[in-house]
Structure formats: C-alpha cells, structure tokens
Design a protein around this ligand. Structure first.
Ligand code: GLA
Length: 694
C-alpha cells in the first residue's frame, strides 16, 4: 500500500470515529466545517476584487451585495501586485479595510493566496521562475499560472506572501477561511532541468535501484534501459506507460508540496478555526485530487457549463466527485453567473437555470454557492464574462436571480444545518486507472468518465444519493460498490476490495478492470487479476468494437458498444447473467456478465459497455441484489430527487430539469420550505425547485 493511501485510510477512519462519537443525541450540535459558526448554514457568495476599484466605490458594491443576500466574498487571490507592490514592501491596509467594509454588510471574507499570478517585479528579478513549456519555450509575464510550482525560489516567495497575509488576517474574525492559489495553475508543469532533476530524485526515492525501475518499466523494450537516474526524461506523450504514470504521480506530489508550503505558512499564524480549501475543477485530471485534498479542511470546486446548458447528470456527478474528495460536504466556490467568456459559444444560461444549478449544488452537499464574478475589471482578459453588475456599476438582469437564490437560502438555512448526503451506493474512481486508460485508450471511442457517468445516471434514478470515492476509501458502509474502470488494480487494492466483498458487500467491476499492476505494467494474471479467483471467471480476450452487437440474458436484450470482453468461467460458482449474441464470431454466445458469491458478499463483472436499456435493467438488478432501500418518492423523468439529512432534519430537494411541467405525488403531507405551505403533491415547471421537509 502506498504511504499516502495508509495516511488517507487512517485519517478517514479517525474522522469517521469522531463523527460516530458525535452522532446520536449530540447530533443536533454536530457542526460541519463547511458551515461557518455564527453564519448561515448555506450561503451565496461572489468573487470580489476591491483592488480593481477606487475605494469610494466599495460601499455601493457591498450595499448591492447585501441587497442580493450575498453573505460571502472571496477576495485577493489575484492581488499580489497590490499587496506587495515591491519586494518586501507589504501594503495590506486596503485589504483590511475591504474585509471590514464587507463585514459591516454582514458579509464574511475568504482570502485567496495570490500565487497564481506573481507580480512583474518578481518575474523580472527571477525570470527562472517562469515556466518552460513542453516545446521548450519560456512563458512570458502578463497572463496567469506563469510560475513554476517546482521552483524553490518561487516557493519561497509564495511562503513569504502567505505568511504575511496570515500574520495580518489569521485572527481577523471576519476572515473565515483561506483558498490556496487559484485552480493550482491547472497543474501545468515547467519542463526545465530543475523539475527533471526533482522527478529523477523522486523516482530514486521510490524505486531505490535502477534495476527495479528498469524491470518494472520493462525498459529492455525499445532499448529504454537506464544506467543513470539522470538519463530519465520528462515524458511528453508517447513514452513508456510506466514512466508516464509515474510522471502524473510526481506532478501530484509536486503540487501537493507546493500547496503544503502555503498551508504551513498560514497555519503558523492563523486561528485554527479558519478553514483552508482549494478550488478544484470537477473531473480535471492534472493531479490526484484525493491526495491534494488530504490536508485541506474541505474541498471546493469551480462549476462552469461553458457552451450549451447544464446536463444535470454530469453536473451532479461532478458535485458527488467533489464531495467524495474528502467524503464530506464541500463549497461551490465559483460558478457561472449566466455566461462565461472562454467557451466556443458563450451563450447565456436560461432564466432560472442558474437557480436550478444553485439548488442542485446544495442538494448534492455544497454549503456555499459563489458566483464568479461580481463585476468585470474594466480592462483585463475577462471583460466579457458574466457578472452581477455591469461596467456602469448597476445590476444586470441576472442580479435578481441571485437575489432570489440568496433569499431562499436564508429562509431554509436552519433546516440544512448539520445535514449531509447519506449514500448506500459508492462509485469508485481512481486517477491511476483513469490516466492508464487515457495513455492507451485502444479505441478513441472509449471514455472512462463517460462510462462512470452511464452507471451513475442509471443508479441515481434508483437512489437519492451516490457517493463517488477513491478506490481506497473505507467501503464498509455501502451496500453496493461499483468500479466501472479499475484498470490499475494492485494487490493491496484487491485485498481492500475483497475484504469488502467477504464481509457482505456487493462489488461490481466494469470492463478493463485489473488489467494493470501498480507500475502500469500488464498484470500477469488475466483480468480482473487478483480478483479473478473470487469471481470464478476471467477475461479470455478484450475487443475494441467498430459497431454495436446484440447481447441478452437475465437482464433482457440490448446492444453492447465500444468495448466487449469475452469472459470464461473458472468454476461452477460463477453464474452468467448476460451473453453476447451474433457478433464478430469470437464473442458469439460467450459470457458478457458473470456474478459469483464470495464470503458473505458478491462480486459481479460486466465486461462490456451496455446501452441505456440494458444499463437500466442492470442497475435495477444491482439495486435489488444489494438490498438498496427504494426511494421514498418516485419522480418522473427529468426531475432530480436528492436528500440531505442530519441533526434531526431530513430535507428532500426536487429539481425539474425537463422542459415540461412535472407533477410529483408526495404520498403524505410535506412542508414546502420555500413557500412555507403544506402539500401532498407538487408541480414543478422547467427549472422548478421544491425543498421539502418530512
Ligand atoms: C476560473 C478562474 C477564475 C475565472 C473563471 C472564469 O474558474 O478560477 O479566476 O477566470 O474561471 O470562468
């Protein structure tokens, strides 16, 4: 087991037992780190850049924010040149005044460290901190994410500014927390000698000997053998899969250290109650988010639709992924105020769509929804981005939608205090597996996240919450665990999963599972590798498909597409649930899905990508077989049902993402928290939201 994994498991177990100890009669008092003491449990926020405006304007902005029920501003994350206009000369009085002015309007502040945008004096003095891109060119000053996260010189400047900020604001009661950097430079690396040397040293610490590295990477292939650590290159695509996977892990470790440097600077001076978070980006895969989130108080993410309109399944899945980073509530620290400026077509979201998205975030475990941004800088790269007020300083039409969201959050905030999503189902996600598949997709049609989503969509219809967690997360509490893409499946992970199955869980594996070992080398047992014996079956051969083929069995009949694996039974305990029909000859009538009892539990292997029809019968079978509680309400297609509970409260959130009006029978009288009425049934127009209490 890798050290970070052990750390993660023990930390999670510790938090789990603390939470368990806090449950029961004390549950009402249980506080979540995402819900700030003495503030509303769920809040609306905005990114505000006071440094871009004359101070005489602040009061007007804050008045407008207060009127829109904005309770939080995120500030300063790009203000380095204003906070430290020349080296060692700190000017933070203005920021203190901005925080105080916001507080007068009952607005709490979250301060971002400005390290995504080092100032010109710094890049002039130390041009070596500017990143070198893959093509060997150094980036120039004037954009952002231009510094190298691995540069010790840059890290020292980052530490200093974070420390100065923490000294100044670490005990300010109106500063409730910190954001480190901004989107962590999109995990961009500098392809310079120093980074390469750090990578080589990191490899040496991990592998100890070159013999081990050469053997695990099979470097005899194409004469890749390394005789010296200094020969190992930074991969730029098309390199050895072992090297490529280790590079991704090194990138994670580099950004993790970059983050730790600032966390320790802040923690040294700041009040422990101030939280520390980072703003992630859903399925962005630059680094392993489970590792990045370990030292953070909670995870946050930036949710942008870009071109088009919100896809509730994709968006819900991204929320649940973020909730799974720390297996706890999170913040939506940036989201789209109507339109962005960076997509192919920067269309505006429909009236009401942003409100539906805000409620969807809350429904999936967010405790803050913050709009980027309040007002566009008059100059700068993002002039066209959506905002709440225009260049003239008065509200744009969208402002009223935010005001409504804020009003609604205020109304129901007590009901949400201490509530979280409770899931009986977990989907497992693994960055190692994701990267391994991305490096060698074998068919460009294969999308591991798309496959994850197809399981999510089908299961989410049958249960009000699905967790998306690391494959190494504790699984004991789940009735059903589905791992659609566990390509890299080393022995410690297999043992972890087997323990879950043997003690009564149901593990479902998808195609490509267990093909790879820890170093991205092929597993020498057939798929699913260490789990084949427990399954009583193995993969005889995998096939990338040019066209769809029929399949049928106990789950009915449908089509398989993109990828199909021919399964072979190893013993009589394995039972075939689905077979391929007339196909490429190889697959004709061969098993596509096999299930087997194992210990007190069950293990099922689904070797193909199923169409929607088969996927929904599969999900129904999984739910029934695993004993999932049926949802208390049945909702029509297009309506999303979520439940948050805790502290004696149980809140049901219904959102209609369909175009037509949808009626939902509640079966019993429920309290409508937004309208403060009682209802037995509700009607939801497009983007309609109901927040119901038992
Ligand atoms: C990202 C950044 C913000 C802003 C928005 C625009 O999420 O974090 O600074 O650029 O995109 O959509």
């Amino acid at each position: 087991m890798r050290p970070h994994t052990l750390l993660r498991l023990s930390a999670t177990l510790l938090i789990g037992s603390l939470l368990a100890a806090a449950s029961g009669s004390a549950q009402k008092q249980q506080s979540l780190p995402t819900q700030i003491p003495q503030h509303d449990a769920i809040v609306v926020g905005a990114a505000w850049y006071p440094e871009q405006w004359p101070e005489t304007r602040w009061e007007e902005d804050l008045k407008l924010m207060e009127a829109a029920n904005i309770k939080m501003v995120r500030i300063a994350e790009f203000a380095w040149s204003t906070m430290e206009p020349s080296e060692g000369h700190y000017e933070m009085d203005w920021l203190e005044r901005a925080v105080a002015a916001a507080a007068k309007h009952h607005i709490m502040s979250v301060i971002g460290t400005p390290t995504a945008a080092p100032p010109a004096w710094l890049t002039q003095k130390h041009p070596e901190i500017l990143r070198i891109e893959e093509n060997g060119q150094r980036v120039t000053h004037g954009n952002r994410a231009h510094a190298s996260s691995t540069s010790p010189i840059y890290r020292e400047y980052c530490r200093k500014i974070a420390e100065e900020m923490a000294k100044r604001f670490g005990h300010n009661p109106n500063v409730v927390g910190w954001q480190i950097d901004n989107e962590y430079g999109y995990a961009l690396m500098s392809y310079d000698d120093l980074t390469r040397k750090q990578f080589q040293d990191w490899l040496q610490r991990k592998y100890k000997t070159l013999d081990a590295l050469n053997s695990f990477w099979t470097t005899a292939y194409w004469s890749e053998t390394y005789d010296n650590w200094s020969e190992i290159p930074i991969p730029v695509g098309g390199h050895n899969p072992g090297l490529m996977l280790e590079w991704k892990r090194f990138v994670t470790s580099a950004w993790s250290d970059y983050q730790a440097n600032q966390i320790s600077a802040i923690r040294k001076y700041a009040e422990p109650l101030q939280f520390i978070t980072g703003n992630f980006m859903g399925f962005f895969d630059g680094f392993d988010h489970y590792i990045m989130c370990e030292p953070l108080t909670f995870a946050s993410w930036d949710d942008y639709v870009g071109t088009g309109h919100v896809d509730p399944d994709s968006n819900g899945l991204s929320h649940d992924l973020t909730r799974g980073f720390k297996r706890a509530n999170f913040w939506l620290i940036e989201t789209q105020p109507g339109a962005v400026n960076w997509a192919n077509v920067n269309n505006y979201l429909n009236k009401g769509e942003v409100r539906a998205m805000a409620w969807q975030a809350i429904a999936h475990g967010a405790d803050a929804v913050s709009y980027w941004q309040w007002r566009s800088a008059l100059n700068g790269q993002e002039q066209y981005h959506g905002t709440l007020v225009g260049a003239d300083g008065t509200p744009v039409p969208f402002y009223d939608e935010v005001r409504q969201i804020g009003q609604e959050f205020s109304k129901v905030q007590e009901a949400f205090r201490g509530t979280t999503n409770q899931s009986e189902v977990a989907l497992l996600y693994s960055y190692d597996s994701h990267w391994a598949i991305q490096f060698q997709k074998h068919t460009q049609r294969y999308g591991d996240v798309a496959l994850l989503k197809s399981y999510y969509r089908a299961l989410r219809k049958l249960t009000p919450s699905v967790d998306v967690v690391s494959a190494y997360a504790p699984l004991g509490g789940y009735k059903l665990v589905v791992a659609p893409d566990l390509n890299v499946l080393p022995k410690d992970l297999a043992n972890h999963l087997l323990e879950y199955v043997r003690s009564g869980g149901h593990l479902v594996l998808g195609p490509r599972s267990g093909l790879k070992e820890e170093h991205n080398e092929l597993q020498t047992q057939r798929q699913p590798g260490y789990l084949a014996e427990a399954l009583g079956a193995r993969v005889e051969q995998y096939y990338a498909l040019e066209k769809d083929f029929p399949a049928s069995g106990e789950w009915g009949a449908g089509q398989v597409s993109i990828w199909a694996e021919q399964l072979g039974l190893l013993n009589s305990s394995a039972h075939t649930l689905l077979r391929y029909r007339k196909s490429n000859g190889w697959l004709d009538d061969q098993p596509a899905v096999v299930t087997s009892h194992c210990g007190k539990g069950r293990i099922t292997y689904i070797g193909a990508i199923l169409d929607d029809k088969l996927m929904s019968t599969t999900a129904e079978w999984m739910a029934k077989e695993s004993g999932l509680r049926p949802p208390a309400l049945s909702v029509p297609e297009g309506v999303e049902l979520s439940v948050r509970s805790g502290g004696g409260n149980r809140i049901t959130i219904l959102i209609n993402f369909a175009q037509e009006v949808k009626k939902v029978e509640l079966g019993r009288p429920m309290k409508q928290l937004l309208s403060r009425r009682q209802a037995q049934s509700v009607e939801l127009p497009q983007y309609g939201v109901e927040v119901l209490q038992e």
